[in-house]
Design a protein around this ligand. Structure first.
Ligand code: NAD
Length: 511
């Protein structure tokens, strides 16, 4: 996607280009700023996917006030009823899966089988969370006093502000919206400026599934214009951001000023360890998928491969053979393995890091350049790039690139591999390939990350387990599973005294 500011010369939105509006209070409305931006297909920037509202603070205030009003009724709808609407949303998504997957590939470039997976993740999340509508368990405990009842119940927070990235433009909004809604919250969501259409498609589906007007609102635009107004608004009780560590630092500090719940899901630099005893073919298959799936634009992408010396050469040689065979192109073509970078700026970042890797003395074995020629000239394509003999301290081994560039690091054995894996700012995902159960369990215990895969690459999370990371990857919260419900609820302890007399806790101590 590119915005109007980034639009290459000669691109014109045709008269038929669809204009998409914000969705506030159950209505499709234009931004009060009167400004719009264009969403271009990164595989072919001559195609304008749509024109979207470039919202400002006034739109955010409108949406938040609307969500605040809607909360009064929505919090009182029984959770199992709310859950039925989420279930219905999943069913509608199944019917619309192909259409929404195609829209997503057009706006952010991911290949069609992966955008189908993105929609599927939202479907899975809806079904899972709908089940929670009949649970939302809280503890009931014996009181220390007679004729007294004690329990804790979950309460919704109120208006939740959600800010999302472009790489999973339907799955990530679903991880936030479904648990927030089932718990009785209302929401304002701002998708990344590169992928407003997929999130609009998702919000439209929620509306069609019966979620009442005002409960979910979407405001499109740029983080620099509307990020801060969303985070600092006094009516917002929770902020959930998935994005870069740099933006997380800003959002976390802003949210802290007004004591909001704040969940930050940020960057990663994820290691895959391959030991001498690994099933090498399986590890190679995993490495290729982990490093170049989604064009390397996953927070969990396999961006460092740490290989024991006994299999190092064989692994590297074969990985390069396979990386060179990947078919890069427009993701709507079913035979394509890898799509473009999401926008020109991400492509420039990829190329900048390739140059850094060369300057640092890493051995570039394939890729390393922008792709040109038929099918590539109007898109942001970078060839799959493999760097070998990378020193763990090099910038290409330490910093998140978010592109199809993988760094291969030799290691002596398990202990050394774990040391290298952990010696990093981030702690999102990790993986190890070994047939030795003792080594696998040691890695499970010692890799300091939110996720560890055994004999699988660093990508492939499922919606019902906690998702998130350690250190600069976040602030300790988890999405997915019950952790998401914990984030979107607050505990209230309730004591019911039916003794008909004053009973003083800790003071009156019945025999
Ligand atoms: P980004 O940080 O540039 O943007 C994320 C969102 O924040 C966008 O909606 C953007 O408009 C908004 N934003 C930008 N500036 C803001 C500000 N000052 N205040 C409030 N909001 C602002 O990230 P991106 O490029 O969209 O996505 C890529 C990043 O997201 C990578 O670092 C990746 O690792 C991370 N990510 C993390 C996870 C995870 O779960 N840990 C998942 C996916 C992506």
């Amino acid at each position: 996607m590119a915005t109007m500011e980034q639009k290459p010369a000669g691109v014109q939105a045709g008269a038929k280009t669809k204009v998409f509006k914000n969705f506030i209070g159950g209505e499709w409305v234009e931004s009060r700023t009167g400004r719009t931006f264009e969403n271009l297909n990164p595989a072919d920037t001559r195609e304008v996917v749509g024109i979207f509202q470039k919202s400002g603070k006034e739109d955010v205030d409108h949406a938040i006030e609307t969500a605040k009003q809607a909360f009064k009724k929505w919090r009182l709808v029984p959770a199992p009823r709310r859950a039925e609407m989420l279930y219905k949303a999943s069913e509608l998504l199944i019917a619309r899966k192909e259409e929404y997957a195609r829209d997503m590939t057009r706006e952010m470039g991911k290949v069609i089988k992966e955008t189908r997976g993105d929609v599927q993740e939202a479907i899975d999340c809806g079904y899972y969370t709908a089940g929670e509508g009949r649970r939302l368990f809280g503890p009931t405990v014996p009181s220390e006093l007679p004729n007294k009842f004690a329990m804790a119940i979950r309460q919704p927070l109120g208006v939740c502000a959600m800010i999302t990235p472009w790489n999973f433009p339907m799955a990530i909004p679903s991880w936030k919206l479904f648990p927030a809604l089932v718990a009785g919250n209302t929401a304002v969501i701002k998708p990344a400026q590169d992928t407003p259409l997929s999130t609009l498609n998702f919000v439209k589906t929620l509306h069609d599934a019966g979620i009442p007007a005002g409960v979910v609102n979407i405001v499109t635009g740029f983080g620099s214009d509307i990020g801060t107004p969303m985070v600092e608004h006094p009516a917002v009780r929770a902020v959930s951001l998935t994005g870069s560590t740099a933006v997380g630092r800003i959002v976390g500090q802003e949210a802290a000023k007004t004591f909001k719940h704040c969940s930050l899901e940020l960057g990663g630099k994820n290691p895959m360890i391959v030991l001498d005893d690994a099933n090498l073919d399986l590890a190679l298959e995993g490495a290729l998928w982990g490093a170049f799936g989604t064009t390397g634009q996953r927070c969990t992408a396999t961006s460092r491969i740490i290989i024991q010396k006994g299999v190092y050469k064989k692994f590297v040689d074969e990985l390069v053979v396979r990386a060179k065979k990947l078919k890069v192109g427009n993701g709507l073509d079913e035979s394509v393995d890898m799509g473009p970078a999401v926008n020109s700026s991400q492509m420039e970042t990829d190329l900048k890091y390739i140059k850094i890797g060369e300057d640092e003395g890493a051995k570039m074995l394939c890729g390393g350049h922008r792709l040109e020629g038929e099918g590539y000239n109007h898109g942001w394509f970078v060839a799959p790039t493999v760097f070998a003999d990378v020193d763990p301290k090099m910038r290409i081994a330490q910093e998140e690139i978010f592109g199809p560039v993988v760094s291969i690091i030799p290691c002596d054995g398990l202990e050394n591999a774990i040391e290298i894996a952990n010696d990093i700012e981030y702690g999102l995902s990790s993986s190890i390939y070994t047939k030795d159960v003792n080594k696998a369990f040691t890695a499970m215990r010692d890799l300091y990350a939110g996720i560890t895969y055994i004999n699988a690459p660093t990508i492939g999370a499922e919606v019902h387990l906690p998702f998130g990371g350690t250190k600069a990857t976040g602030n300790g919260h988890r999405e997915g599973g019950i952790g998401a419900i914990d984030f979107y609820t607050e505990w209230k302890s309730v004591y019911v005294d039916y003794s008909d007399k004053l009973q003083r806790a800790q003071i009156d101590r019945p025999e």
